[in-house]
Each structure stands twice: as structure tokens, then as C-alpha cells.
Design a protein around this ligand. Structure first.
Ligand code: PMP
Ligand code: GLN
Length: 403
């Protein structure tokens, strides 16, 4: 048996004579995520936290009540591996109502521990050693490390600033016989850009007659502004046939800490996805699944009105910042607003975000960290989360307008 000694605070510690074998990291270049880093810094310095993407208000009371009901009425043992039936049925119904996709809740819908787990399982389902995967920079931070864990090769293509659109010529040039997967994130974190019908047409032309799979990271599907509509991969039969479409209840219902999401994919893809899902997470906590199922059915207006709800917050934030020195293009989607600070400072975004957290008391997220090569980030901007009470947004704007 390993001998252990106790520290003065009572925690067990290895004695000096014991040696932990060195870990050969598969991700030696990976550090703690920028979201964790900036939120911790905000807390340390008592700063307003507009960095990590989460609301500073609670989820709908009726949803909390339903989860509480199931929690206290004995719904506390393992649910089915794929997710509870009513939740999967209501997800399938939502996808049918919004995107016209006839998907089978038994064979094509899997409930996951947030979109993060769904992304892991979807990538692991189709990426083998040596396979190339196209991701667009700035890219959400869960893609690249998971591709590499499968032995895959991420091929990063920078979006074209300042609108952060896809350069389709570059995508065409990047396709090889080893291209296995393209990861699409619309509405886009961290820039707030959204894909158009033209983007979808380009994608269709590109992948038809290929063996390329798609992942649609659509966690901000209900946050598309100015009357535009969300180009879900579920809308297009030919694209859906090769897609994993992923969403997150955390975003939609203001409950990011619950970590519940889902993946919708055609049966052959879902089969492989579940082979992995059952060993990564097996399933997701029971009372929250039943509570979400009830709420999805009883209150569709919640997700249908979410775009208006967040558009009002975006507009408030941008209006309050109008007198500031920031250059602002209102976000087309998500709950993130980029603020171009090039008229205020020449500093690199990472050090500026850290300095403003300490000195001004406001935390944001730099965007260069989402590039494989941060020097490719030519746009001097920080990301601010506007999923906040109006008072918080006013306090944030007061600070930023003094710059
Ligand atoms: N994808 C994107 C683009 C995100 O912004 C996030 C973060 N919320 C996720 C995936 C992960 O979502 P979840 O918290 O449900 O795991
Ligand atoms: N998706 C959230 C964001 O963009 C963060 C999630 C996380 O901390 N992993 O801020």
C-alpha cells in the first residue's frame, strides 16, 4: 500500500519517498482555458465579469420548479443511456418545428453532458489517426485539442475580419483526400458572426460527392438577431445526412452550470456517437432531463423569444457604448459583443484584458487565443458577454466610456 502522511490541514499527501510516474502529455501545449483564467481573475480583483459566457440572472422559475419536483419525487436513479424518452421526443419535435427535419427521437437524438461532451463524442466518432479536420479561427477552444487526441490533424483557416466571414476559396484549397470533417459554429463564438444562405450553398457544393462529415456547433441557435434566421444543418437534408448537430440547454435556458445538451445525427452516426458516449458519460442526470422535457413542451415561447430578449440586451449595451472610443459592429448573433479598441490602445488583447480586469475592474476575453497562430489575429478586439442584467451592462458601459 502507498504510504501517505497528513498535511497540517488534514489533507492526505504523498510522503517524499513516493514517486509519481511522469505523465507523457498528449496535449503538452494546452494550458487552463481562457474562460477559467479570466473568470478567476475577475473574482480575485472583484471585477465585473463580462468574460466567460454565462448569464448573471437565473433560469426560468417554471423550469427550476419542474427540476425541483423531479428531484424531490424520486427521479434520482440512472436514466436511459441515450436520454429520457420525453426529452428526446421534445427535442425531435423542436427540430421538426423549427427546421423541418423529420428526425427519429429513438435513433437520432442523444442527450449529453453539455455541448462540450457532444463535441468530444462527435469528433471521436469520425476522426481517425491522420485525418484532417477543418476549423475556422478564431475557433472555440474545445475543437483543436479533441481532434489531436484522436490523432487527427486540425487545419485552421482564419475567418476574414472585420465581419469574420468564411473565405471559401481558402477552404477549397485546404481540402485534401484526408479531409474527414469540417466543424461549423454559427452563430459564432467569439465573434458573433452568423452564416448566410450563401455560406450554406458554398458548403453544399464543397461536400457533395465527398466523404466529409460535418459538425454543427449550434449552441447559440436561438440567438440570431435582426430578423435573420439560423442556418441550422438540420434544415438541409443533404447536409444533415453527414452531420452531427449539437446544442446546449445551458445557453438557451440560462443554466450553463447544469451542463446538459444534445446531439442530433442520422442513425449510422448516432450509433457510433453512442458507442463512445456510453463510456465517456454514459448518461446525464435524471431530474434535470425530466424538468427540461416538461419545460420544452410547456414553454416553447422561451426559446422562440430568446432572440428578442438578447437583441434588446445587445442594443442596450451598444447604445450605452456609443459615446465611447470603441468601434462597434453590433453582433449578428450569440450573447457576445466584440469591441474594437484600436483607437484606445496598441496593447495585445491578452495583456489588455488582464490589465483592464486588474486596473479598471472589468473582465473580458481576448480573441487572439482562439487562433492556432495568434499573430494571424489582426483585429484588435475584446469579447464582452452581454448576457447580464441591465444594471450590470450599465455599470460596464460606465467604466468603458471613461477610456
Ligand atoms: N460550443 C460553443 C461555441 C460554446 O460557446 C460553448 C460554451 N458554452 C460550448 C460549445 C459548450 O457548451 P456547454 O456548456 O453546453 O458544454
Ligand atoms: N462557452 C463559454 C464562453 O465562451 C465558456 C465555457 C467554458 O468556460 N468552458 O465563454
Amino acid at each position: 500500500m502507498m504510504s501517505i502522511s497528513s498535511s497540517t490541514r488534514g489533507a492526505a499527501r504523498l510522503s517524499n519517498s513516493q514517486v509519481t510516474p511522469a505523465v507523457t502529455s498528449k496535449l503538452p501545449d494546452v494550458a487552463t482555458t481562457i474562460f477559467t483564467t479570466m473568470s478567476a481573475m475577475a473574482q480575485r480583483y472583484g471585477a465585473l465579469n463580462l468574460s466567460q459566457g454565462f448569464p448573471d440572472f437565473d433560469g426560468p422559475g417554471a423550469l427550476l420548479e419542474r427540476v425541483n419536483y423531479y428531484l424531490t419525487q424520486g427521479y434520482n436513479q440512472y436514466p436511459p443511456m441515450t436520454g429520457v424518452v420525453p426529452l428526446r421526443e421534445n427535442i425531435a419535435q423542436k427540430v421538426r418545428d423549427l427546421y423541418g427535419l423529420e428526425c427519429d427521437s429513438e435513433a437520432e437524438v442523444t442527450v449529453t453532458a453539455g455541448a462540450t461532451q457532444a463535441l468530444f463524442c462527435a469528433i471521436a466518432s469520425v476522426v481517425n489517426a491522420g485525418d484532417e479536420v477543418i476549423v475556422f479561427d478564431p475557433a472555440y477552444d474545445s475543437y483543436d485539442p479533441v481532434i489531436r487526441l484522436q490523432g487527427g490533424v486540425p487545419i485552421h483557416i482564419a475567418l476574414t475580419a472585420p465581419a469574420f466571414t468564411v473565405d471559401w476559396l481558402r477552404v477549397r484549397e485546404a481540402i485534401t483526400s484526408r479531409t474527414r470533417l469540417i466543424i461549423i459554429n454559427t452563430p459564432h463564438n467569439p465573434t458573433g458572426s452568423v452564416w448566410t444562405d450563401e455560406d450554406i450553398q458554398e458548403l453544399r457544393d464543397l461536400v457533395s460527392d465527398s466523404n466529409i462529415y460535418l459538425i454543427g456547433d449550434e449552441v447559440y441557435e436561438h440567438m440570431v438577431f435582426d430578423q435573420a434566421s439560423h442556418t441550422s444543418l438540420c434544415r438541409y437534408e443533404d447536409l444533415y445526412a453527414r452531420s452531427f448537430v449539437i446544442s446546449s440547454f445551458g445557453k438557451t435556458y440560462h443554466v450553463t452550470g447544469w451542463k446538459v445538451g444534445y446531439c442530433v445525427a442520422p442513425e449510422p452516426l448516432t450509433l457510433e456517437f453512442r458507442r463512445i458516449h456510453q463510456y465517456v458519460n454514459f448518461t446525464v442526470n435524471t431530474p434535470v432531463q425530466y424538468g427540461l422535457a416538461d419545460f420544452l413542451q410547456s414553454s416553447p415561447e422561451h426559446h422562440l423569444q430568446l432572440a428578442n430578449f438578447y437583441q434588446a440586451k445587445r442594443d442596450l449595451f451598444c447604445t450605452l457604448l456609443a459615446p465611447s472610443k470603441f468601434k462597434i459592429t453590433p453582433a449578428a448573433g450569440t450573447y457576445f459583443q466584440l469591441l474594437d479598441y484600436s483607437d484606445i490602445s496598441d496593447e495585445l488583447d491578452l495583456s489588455l484584458a488582464e490589465r483592464w480586469t486588474k486596473e479598471l475592474g472589468i473582465a473580458s476575453i481576448p480573441i487572439s487565443v482562439f487562433y492556432q497562430d495568434p499573430s494571424q489575429c489582426t483585429h484588435q478586439a475584446l469579447r464582452f458577454c452581454f448576457a447580464k442584467d441591465d444594471d450590470t451592462l450599465k455599470r460596464a458601459a460606465e467604466i468603458l466610456c471613461k477610456l
